[in-house]
Design a protein around this ligand. Structure first.
Ligand code: SAM
Length: 345
């Protein structure tokens, strides 16, 4: 199996069959071999730097009904909130003082936050923080809206494809949503010039190694600048409440593979990874990741952005989150840097 990893490192490519073979053959030894290769590649491009993104979860209203997600429309127990533009600006100010140079506006697909309102937010943030990058993660919108967001100054866009296999996508989403639309949106974002992020949950219900291979091959076609993956974690008020969670080992293994498939990609060690294991994010960095995304949302709303059960960092102030992560990165020999942390192309 080590030969397959050597091949992956040399060619940045594997066939579907080879990817499936690797995933089915994971052992602790194979993982260690992969991670050491992935770290080397990561350090070639990024040294020991870790980029931080200040995550602002600005609304948990959502018109979608994804079966896995705690803020889905049908969850009547979700306590809904929406930050005002002033509250969002305040989060950015706090973040700027803490050394953040990228803000990520993430939310449910909230019709109240119309295209026009998002554009006004982009203007306001870029006016007050011209040296910062702004990432949007507000779901699927029309091509014209994406174009207007980019024109207003947004730099990056995160839209996980969730799964590249249409039949799997249909089992995770209501009929109204489509795999094809999601993929089309990603290609549109790229075409418009956004630094674009895709990704998927690891261990989502009915996921197979074959589906994961399709995800990786789809990503090869898309060539995103960022890839977000994290374990699926059940939420008690969703149709998937009783489904098993994703595995830490497989998530780490896939982070290592992604680093070799996409040497320069921006790859976060996600909050879900930190939720599934107390040292999940550190292990993610040691597997090849190079980004962390501490929370900048006001503490009063953090518990309400509950995508899955037991989400970490919901009680801490932004400064605590920042310094906790700084300590965690230092403990493994890596350093958080004050930088926009743009994608290398
Ligand atoms: N609405 C935007 C969108 O659809 O891209 C952004 C917000 S959405 C809640 C952000 C991501 O959370 C999703 O892309 C999904 O992969 C992840 N997520 C949702 N529910 C999850 C769960 N139960 N476990 C792990 N990740 C989850």
């Amino acid at each position: 199996m080590n030969e397959l990893i050597d091949k992956l490192a040399q060619t940045q490519l594997l066939t579907k069959e080879e990817i499936v073979l690797l995933i089915n053959g994971i052992t602790p030894q194979l993982s260690e071999y992969l991670f050491s290769k992935a770290r080397k590649v990561r350090e070639n491009y990024y040294g020991k730097d870790v980029y931080v993104r200040g995550l602002i979860e600005f609304t948990n209203y959502c018109k979608n009904d994804c079966y896995y997600c705690g803020i889905r429309k049908s969850n009547k127990n979700a306590c809904r909130y929406r930050l005002t533009p002033e509250e969002i600006m305040e989060c950015c100010r706090t973040g700027y003082d803490l050394g953040f140079r990228t803000f990520v506006l993430q939310g449910g697909e909230d019709p109240e936050y119309s295209d026009e309102k998002i554009i006004e937010l982009i203007w306001a943030i870029k006016k007050d923080f011209p040296d910062c990058a702004l990432t949007l993660s507000v779901g699927e919108r029309m091509y014209e809206a994406y174009a207007a967001f980019f024109g207003a100054g947004a730099d990056r866009y995160l839209l996980r494809h969730e799964t590249a296999a249409p039949e799997h996508y249909r089992r995770l989403h209501p009929p109204k949503m489509s795999c094809e639309d999601r993929k089309k949106a990603l290609f549109n974002l790229k075409k418009l010039g956004f630094q674009t992020g895709a990704g998927f949950m690891v261990g989502s219900p009915w996921q197979t190694p074959e589906y994961i291979a399709e995800d990786l091959l789809f990503l090869k076609k898309l060539q995103p600048d960022m890839i977000g993956i994290g374990p699926f974690l059940p939420h008690h008020d969703t149709p998937f409440a009783e489904m098993g969670k994703g595995s830490l080992e497989l998530t780490l293994f896939l982070l290592g593979m992604l680093r070799l498939l996409f040497p320069k990609v921006l790859l976060p060690a996600t909050t879900a990874l930190g939720t599934i294991a107390p040292d999940g994010r550190e292990r993610g960095i040691l597997a090849g990741a190079n980004v962390v995304m501490p929370n900048l949302s006001p503490v009063s709303v953090r518990k309400k952005y509950e995508l899955y059960d037991n989400k970490i960092c919901t009680g801490d102030e932004s400064a605590q989150c920042r310094s906790c992560l700084e300590g965690r990165m230092k403990s493994i020999g890596y350093n958080i840097v004050v930088s926009r942390g743009d994608a290398l192309r």
